[in-house]
Design a protein around this ligand. Structure first.
Ligand SMILES: N[C@@H](CCC(=O)N[C@@H](CS)C(=O)NCC(=O)O)C(=O)O
Length: 209
């Protein structure tokens, strides 16, 4: 398997899932704005959307979309217990993955990364209701489901962005505590530490260019 990723982007959730699963994988860094891999390959030739994550399977299929990749990894490595296999708990996993992908990632954080103040205000306006849902849930539960799942790796990845987008998690203490707790989980700490180093290297390269 080969994961196409950009440091600290949402693709970090896939790296976390692969580490949690103990999977053997190659990791190819993509320069988001330039749409090139580190080897200088045009990334649009690999993924026509130009987005990370993308996971190339051992039999040569390219899987895109966070929610699909995370469930694929979980299903490939059932012994790691990263997703409920079926039933109502699997439906809850779908629910949380969709919530994170659409209501947090795309609705709140995409606008907050924009440089235009009116777009940022749109994202800020959506945050309280969505973080309120998380706060109520995480004040009752240690993880999104009964136990750790790929959805927790995805949520932790998205919560990392609060630091650079000015979302103050102090307003939602259960979410803040969850984020701090999950960052200490060994697979997450390893993945985050490695990508933070790559992110800093990328920033230094861009500053020189
Ligand atoms: N719907 C896609 C969205 C993925 C996505 O937004 N990826 C971002 C990084 S977090 C990206 O590649 N951005 C580069 C760009 O927009 O050009 C998914 O869920 O996988």
């Amino acid at each position: 398997m080969r994961l196409y990723f950009s440091p600290l982007a949402c693709s970090l959730a896939s790296r976390i899932a692969l580490y949690e699963a103990g999977a053997q994988a190659h990791y190819t860094q993509v320069d988001g704005p330039a749409k090139q891999t580190v080897e200088g390959i045009d990334y649009y030739m690999i993924n026509p959307m130009g987005l990370v994550p993308a996971l190339l399977t051992d039999d040569g299929e390219l899987i895109t979309e966070n929610t699909a990749i995370l469930q694929f990894v979980a299903d490939q490595f059932p012994q790691a217990n990263l997703a409920p296999p079926s039933g109502r708990e699997r439906t809850r996993l779908h629910q949380w993955l969709s919530f994170i992908g659409t209501e947090l990632h795309k609705a709140v954080f995409l606008p907050l990364f924009d440089s235009r103040e009116e777009i940022k205000n749109y994202g800020r306006g959506l945050a309280p209701k969505r973080f309120g849902v998380l706060e109520r849930h995480l004040s009752q539960q240690e993880f999104l489901l009964e136990r750790y799942s790929v959805a927790d790796g995805y949520l932790t990845t998205i919560l990392n962005w609060t630091a650079v987008t000015g979302v103050d998690l102090e307003q939602w203490p259960a979410v803040l505590a969850y984020h701090k707790r999950l960052l200490k989980r060994p697979a997450i700490a390893k993945a985050f530490g490695e990508e933070l180093a790559l992110y800093k290297e990328e920033q230094a390269r861009r500053a020189k260019a």
